[in-house]
Design a protein around this ligand. Structure first.
Ligand code: SF4
Length: 495
């Protein structure tokens, strides 16, 4: 062979792991930085991730819904669970999943089918523990000026965002799709993302961390609404104060008028509140929503009071106004004209304010990835994809994402939702179509895998897959110990 041909570098090779079909030169990586050409061989750049020991998953049922001889613990002490993180993808052509791994678990032959799915139908649901008004329901959420999602219905003590989805990824401009994909990737990989809400706040969201709202880190999630707070602390306030108003954007509570105050035979104080009375001692819409006291726009609590009722109020009446987290409070004494005058709070009332704060939980951002396993992903598992769907619905097949148990939505398809904090760090990737790449594993009994038309000829023993090159991470009881991630090396240094 002539020297010039012998020394020639291998030609570019084509990656067929996603529809972009990159041609990759030797020593270079493709557009997603997940695959590279290494001396003419297409290689996945991130190591396959294996989890050791861990938490219980769901119990498996047989066709008659009876518990099986395997208890459904997919990640058991001492055994390796091969996740799809770093496994590679098989889209868009039909191919079996990259790894179909067999393993004996408590005497039962099990198979785990492992693949990184390319999800164009995907997004995140974000729960932000705060009372503060971040924006109206349905307001658009933006990153770099591009719409990436919207504010959805609030939950108790939390605001909720729905981000991503196919309309932002592929239904808008190219920039909108790219920015949305990048924001989703960073949120799922537990990085911080700054976003603005139309007509609302600027906010930094990072999974497992407090939200930073208009530059201020949120500290506490309220213990309850204003009415609930009255109910919880009425007895402790009784005797130390004549009236308490708990300021809340949802329900502002007024102690002496509230059922809890009546139960303590409190004298009606004549303190009157702006807003719409719902039931005695419970008021809606005392102010506009905002980032002040109790999720209202109130900075001065007296602005929610109407003049006191002269037939009931009395000079010297002791009035405490407090927010739902106990972080803001103000104490007043009514003067001879029944006007509230600021006064020094008593030690007893201060202790109760601190107790309200103590009963609040730390404010956190929670990021749940949600995606649908489409037909081609299912075809990587079985020649008859609908049987996989049925097997999942019948609880014969357990679905996990990076080893974390996934909630499977009822109804058609395999639509999963999983907390990114339960997954190994850096579990997610992307392709420039744009779409998110997320790990997904299907674990089931070997005989059930054969029954649903699985790719039996591609099954490999776990020992062939778990080599010294794999990345090992420890599964811990992360949710019960907020410090566990750092303690057990699940932090960013594990990337
Ligand atoms: S974007 Fe990534 S997965 Fe898609 S073809 Fe290029 S290198 Fe392969």
């Amino acid at each position: 062979m002539p020297d010039d041909l012998r020394d020639a570098k291998p030609a570019k090779i084509r990656c067929d792991a996603c529809p972009v079909m990159c041609f990759i030169a030797d020593g270079k990586s493709g557009a997603c930085d997940r695959y590279a050409n290494h001396a003419g061989e297409l290689v996945r750049l991130d190591p396959l991730t294996v989890i050791q020991s861990g938490a219980k998953a769901v119990a498996f049922l047989d066709q008659g819904n009876n518990a099986q001889d395997w208890d459904g613990d997919v990640i058991q002490g001492g055994r390796d669970f091969v996740t799809a993180v770093g496994a590679g993808t098989t889209y868009p052509d039909y191919k079996p999943a990259p790894f179909i791994v067999s393993q004996e678990v408590e005497g039962v032959d099990m198979v785990t089918v492992v693949t990184e799915g390319i999800f164009s139908y995907c997004g995140v649901k974000v729960k932000i523990d705060t009372d503060r008004h971040i924006g109206d329901e349905r307001a658009v959420v933006r990153v770099d000026g591009e719409a990436i999602g919207h504010v959805m219905t609030s939950e108790y003590g939390s605001k909720m965002l729905s981000l991503g989805g196919v309309e932002h990824l592929t239904g808008g401009s190219k920039k909108e799709g790219r920015v949305t994909c990048d924001a989703l990737l960073r949120l799922c990989n537990r990085d911080a993302v700054e976003m603005t809400i139309d007509g609302g706040v600027t906010m930094v969201v990072e999974a497992g961390k407090p939200p930073i709202i208009n530059g201020t880190p949120e500290k506490l999630m309220r213990v309850g609404c204003g009415s609930a707070t009255i109910g919880m602390f009425a007895k402790q306030w009784h005797g130390h104060v004549d009236e308490v108003v708990v300021v809340d954007d949802h329900i502002t509570g007024v102690l002496s008028e509230h059922e809890a105050g009546k139960g303590l035979d409190m004298t009606p104080s004549g303190i009157r509140i702006n807003g719409r009375r719902s039931t005695p001692g419970r008021y809606f819409q005392v102010a506009d929503p905002g980032t002040g006291w109790g999720g209202t726009d109130v900075e001065d609590p007296l602005t929610i009071l109407r003049p006191a009722d002269p037939k009931r109020a009395w000079p010297g009446l002791r009035l405490l106004m407090i927010s739902t987290t106990g972080e803001q409070w103000a104490y007043f004494i009514l003067d001879d004209g029944l006007e509230p005058q600021p006064a020094d709070i008593t030690p007893e009332l201060l202790t109760i304010a601190e107790r309200i704060a103590e009963n609040c939980e730390p404010s956190l951002c929670s990021v749940l990835f949600m995606g649908g396993a489409g037909g081609s992903l299912r075809a990587g598992v079985t020649e008859n994809p609908v049987r996989l769907t049925r097997s999942v619905k019948e609880s014969l097949t357990h679905v996990s994402c990076g080893g974390a148990g996934a909630y499977v939505w009822p109804g058609g398809g395999i639509t999963v939702m999983v907390d990114v904090m339960d997954m190994p760090t850096n579990s997610f990737g992307y392709v420039p179509t744009p779409a998110l790449v997320a790990p997904i594993e299907f674990t089931l009994r070997r005989e059930d895998y054969g029954t649903l038309g699985g790719h039996m000829e591609h099954i490999q023993p776990v020992g062939d897959v778990v080599t010294t090159d794999v990345r090992r991470v420890a599964q811990q009881a992360l949710q019960s110990d907020p410090n566990a991630r750092e303690n057990y090396g699940w932090a960013k240094d594990d990337r």
